[in-house]
Ligand binder design. Structure first.
Ligand code: XMP
Length: 508
């Protein structure tokens, strides 16, 4: 498969370069600049990312270019462009004027293949503190802005290109054209990496890797584990043994409906009712981190017992996706993010199995596209994220089965309301929170003293930051009425209007 290698020098935008290349249906991988992989014949080109470092600083990241420069097409972005200019004997200095934000290309060498289809005036996004003052003689300028002469250059006689702006950022309006010129015209990559081709090659690879081995896998009802399980099932059928644990903290009827969906897809799945075990261990516990720890440990115990019942299992299936992988091998420090199961010894038995992670190379939106390709229902693919500890971190204070039931009913009215009003897919995540207080109300002629719930809905891209959703007042009014009328024990509904940061999405 044609592949582009992106070397990461620590830029905040590195993942975006990969997303854009993938958007062009070309496979690419991100690697730290100091861990260059073997560049086999599939590798058609290399991209250097930007970096927060100055190439003049003592600790500037320095790549080994021996097998790259002059041997493979290379596109150096921002820091990469400055590094290459300095490396060749040019000069890079701290820029005297601000080179941050939008700029326009006022000169373009339209004969240069990298600039094909990009017109004078094209807006680009700059984000750098240093600037290239002088380039070596054999570096030819291919574009400039009013303030930045060497906005882009090519090294003569080589397929080595460099640009100081960021084509991967949305504000560079012809950025995708530029990247396409590089990966398609210059690197000659075939644009054939699609969800269908991914499914085909992954299933074949899984078949070859797993043979007749048994795989155990925990399902959560979420998108990643579902898509991973369906891929594994396509490869090894009934040798995939799935376990879906009811921790008593799922949404209303979720365990039954998700289990039914899984069975409908032909998955060999065992539903384990561990509700009471979780409730009794959580009884009286109010501290959020303690709740999380109890739930995590109990899940491990249940899963371990269940996986032991599957004799001769050799592999553990997981729904790990690419952002997790990049995070644990990033320039910024791999060691502290390595997961604890890499530390074999004294661990539950199932953790000693070999790992199989069919989605390791995919971004979240790609997982969804693959899921659709596999024919998984939209109902499962489009689900909002839901935290592992479930409703436990939305019940402030201690957890009882009664409180879980109240919250499930409130949450169900809210989520169903979002669906019925065409709002579910417009918000990134939504849910309800049961507060540890009571308030006075009046119902008929009676004074009531009952529970308060909060509703939360947010817009986000990745959960790292989030804005509260501006849901229509009419909708909120209707949902509030319905909750108070239908859920016994609740007499007041609030709407959370805090953004993250400084608030978080979950309340605990
Ligand atoms: P916060 O509350 O940190 O949440 O803004 C960001 C995203 O992460 C989810 N979340 C969790 N997911 N285990 C999980 O699997 C957890 O302990 C956990 N805590 C928060 C949250 O639902 C949101 O999508």
């Amino acid at each position: 498969m044609d592949t582009i290698i992106i070397l990461d020098f620590g830029s905040q935008y590195t993942q975006l370069i990969a997303r854009k290349v993938r958007e062009l249906n070309i496979y690419c991988e991100i690697h730290p600049y100091n861990k260059i992989p073997v560049l086999d014949s599939n590798v058609k080109g290399v991209v250097f990312s930007g970096s927060p470092y100055s190439c003049n600083s003592a600790d500037a990241p320095i790549p080994n270019m021996e097998n790259i420069k002059g041997k493979l097409p290379l596109l150096a972005v921002c820091y990469g462009a400055q590094y290459l200019a300095k490396w060749g004997g040019g000069s890079v200095q701290q820029s005297k004027i601000r080179e941050y934000g939008r700029a326009n290309l006022q000169y373009i060498d339209s004969t240069n293949p990298l600039m094909k289809g990009i017109g004078v005036g094209s807006q680009v996004w700059m984000s750098h503190g240093d600037t290239i003052e002088r380039v070596p003689e054999n570096y030819r300028c291919i574009c400039s802005t009013d303030n930045v002469k060497y906005a882009g250059y090519q090294i003569e006689g080589e397929e080595t290109y460099a640009i100081q702006f960021h084509p991967e950022v949305h504000h560079s309006v012809d950025g995708l054209t530029l990247l396409k010129n590089f990966v398609v015209d210059i690197c000659h990559c075939d644009q054939s990496w699609t969800p269908a081709s991914f499914v085909e090659t992954t299933v074949a690879d899984l078949k070859a890797k797993l043979g007749n081995d048994k795989v155990v896998m925990g399902l959560s009802g979420g998108v990643d584990s579902t898509v991973a399980a369906v891929l594994l099932h396509k490869a090894i059928g009934q040798n995939l043994h799935c376990i879906f644990v009811d921790n008593g903290l799922l949404r209303k009827n979720e365990f039954e409906s998700v289990l039914e969906n899984y069975k409908g897809m032909g998955l060999n799945v065992k539903g384990v009712d561990a509700k009471n075990r979780f409730y009794s261990l959580l009884a009286g516990v109010t501290e959020p981190e303690k709740k999380r720890k109890i739930i995590g440990k109990t899940f491990v115990d249940v899963f371990d017992e269940e996986s032991k019942l599957i004799t001769d299992a050799k592999w553990l299936g997981q729904g790990t996706i690419y952002p997790d992988v990049i995070e644990s091998s990033s320039v910024k420090g791999p060691s502290q993010t390595i997961k604890s199961h890499h530390n074999v010894g004294g661990l539950p038995d199932y953790m000693k199995l070999k790992l199989v992670e069919p989605l390791r190379s995919l971004f979240k939106d790609e997982v969804r596209r693959v899921g659709r390709q596999l024919g998984i229902k939209d109902e499962l693919i489009g689900r909002h994220p839901f935290p592992g500890p479930g409703l436990a971190i939305r019940i402030l204070g201690d957890i009882t089965p009664e409180k879980v039931e109240i919250l499930q009913n409130v949450d169900d009215i809210f989520i169903q309301g979002l669906r019925d009003n065409g709002l579910y897919d417009k918000v990134w995540q939504a849910g309800a929170i049961l507060l540890p207080i009571q308030s006075v109300g009046v119902m008929g002629d009676e004074r009531t003293y009952e529970r308060v719930v909060a509703l939360r809905a947010v817009e986000s891209v990745d959960g790292m930051t989030a804005d509260w959703s501006h849901l229509p007042y009419e909708f909120l009014a209707k949902v509030s009425n319905e909750i108070i009328n239908r859920v016994k024990g609740v007499n007041r509904v609030c709407y959370d209007i805090s953004s993250k940061p400084p608030a978080t999405i979950e309340w605990e």
